[in-house]
Design a protein. Structure first.
Length: 141
């Protein structure tokens, strides 16, 4: 299910984190300003995701986000107003960087999924574009 496909939307790319594995298990880590092109201002995670649920469904004016599936997997729908692309995300050491002004939706969560999100900005409701039609209109201009 893992994809080696590279996102074709500007401002989006996969992030492959270091993976240290031995007989005790595996460990990955992420450093803001090193593995990510921003300092981490906010961390949140989603879990107990019911079958059929969808998360995201918004874009940001300024914030960038990095999404990692710590357990399970999901599909991430990316949309820059001109193109729409769906990518699977299902390895804890591979994340997806999503830049500002990219609509993103998370769907098709596997049972037991845990999703970690690292952001470049603190929460600010004014930074969110939550209406898809308005997003499309704004990105068309």
């Amino acid at each position: 299910m893992s994809s080696s496909k590279t996102p074709s939307l500007a401002g989006c790319r996969f992030i492959d984190l270091p993976k240290i594995a031995d007989s005790r298990g595996a460990l990955s880590f992420v450093e803001g300003g090193n593995h990510l092109p921003f300092d981490i201002a906010r961390v949140f995670y989603m879990y107990d995701l019911p079958a059929g649920s969808q998360r995201g469904a918004h874009a940001h004016y300024a914030a960038a986000v990095a999404i990692f599936m710590l357990a399970g997997g999901c599909d991430v729908v990316l949309d820059d107003g001109q193109r729409r692309e769906t990518l699977p995300l299902d390895r804890p050491e591979r994340g997806l960087l999503i830049g500002p002004r990219i609509w993103h939706e998370l769907e098709n969560f596997a049972p037991g999924s845990v999703c970690l999100v690292l952001t470049s900005h603190r929460y600010d409701e004014a930074d969110y574009m939550r209406d898809y039609k308005a997003f499309k209109a704004e990105t068309a201009s």
